[in-house]
Design a protein around this ligand. Structure first.
Ligand SMILES: [Zn+2]
Ligand SMILES: [Zn+2]
Length: 245
């Protein structure tokens, strides 16, 4: 299995990745959310088989980052295990950075992804319309990470985006999200932990880690009326296609 989106501390990575392998999660895409975080993600990819790096500047960091940071990021993509740009996008929920700064950084990273022909991993929270409008001009591969916006699923699928579900799809009251999970075609669905956040049932409330993606895949399979092992294999193949692994 693969966890397509995890934030890992380097000190804990050895133990966390060992537990992942014990659970059958052999591959993890580690996400860096700043230039320094991106370097750490690449170091982890160097140190561990099956670990890949997604490099971006999170919209939360947009207040402190600009074109210079995107250029530094671009330099890191010479690494063979740097597989995607992101997470980037817009977050009007936490609203840690001014919207115009978020927008500029988002557009800068889309331009980077286009230049280097890498997929882009999108963080979108309470900003669905602006995010989709900005993405309309982007013709590369798009992965909507931690998908939590059922109303825009139709648009996402029309545009052939990959839709990645996290632990919140397992929560008791997440009926709409599970209905969305049923609506995603087999070749567009992904699963992730977004560790250390959003631990799925039955480990909700604990610190999340890649091993726990198993629970999210099981919940997705249950919602879709599919066999969990078959869905896991399908998600592995989808991740290969989406991230060019
Ligand atoms: Zn995110
Ligand atoms: Zn994330």
């Amino acid at each position: 299995m693969i966890d397509t989106h995890a934030h890992l501390d380097r000190d804990e990575a050895q133990a966390v990745l060992a537990r992942a392998r014990e659970s059958g999660v052999e591959r993890v895409i580690v996400v860096g959310t700043t230039v320094d975080g991106a370097r750490d993600a690449l170091a982890l990819a160097d140190e561990h088989d099956g670990v890949y790096a997604c490099l971006g500047i999170h919209p939360h960091e947009a207040g402190a980052a600009g074109d210079g940071e995107v250029q530094q990021l671009a330099g890191l993509f010479a690494h063979p295990k740097a597989v995607a740009v992101g997470e980037t996008g817009l977050d009007y929920f936490r609203d840690y950075a001014p919207h115009d700064a978020q927008q500029r950084l988002f557009e800068g990273q889309l331009a980077l992804a286009r230049d280097i022909a890498k997929p882009v991993v999108i963080h979108m929270r309470a900003a669905d319309d602006d995010t989709l409008a900005t993405l309309a001009g982007f013709d590369g591969t798009v992965i909507l990470h931690c998908f939590s916006s059922p109303p825009i699923l139709g648009t996402a699928l029309e545009r052939s985006y990959y839709v990645s579900f996290a632990g919140n799809v397992t929560y008791k009251n997440a009926y709409e999200l599970r209905a969305a999970a049923r609506g995603v075609p087999r070749d567009r669905i992904l699963a992730e932990t977004d560790s250390p956040y959003l631990a799925p049932q039955p480990v909700r409330g604990q610190r999340n880690e890649p091993a726990h993606v198993v629970h999210t895949i099981e919940a997705l399979a249950h919602a879709r009326g599919e066999d969990a092992q078959e869905l896991a294999a399908q998600i592995d193949a989808n991740a290969d296609a989406a991230f060019g692994l």
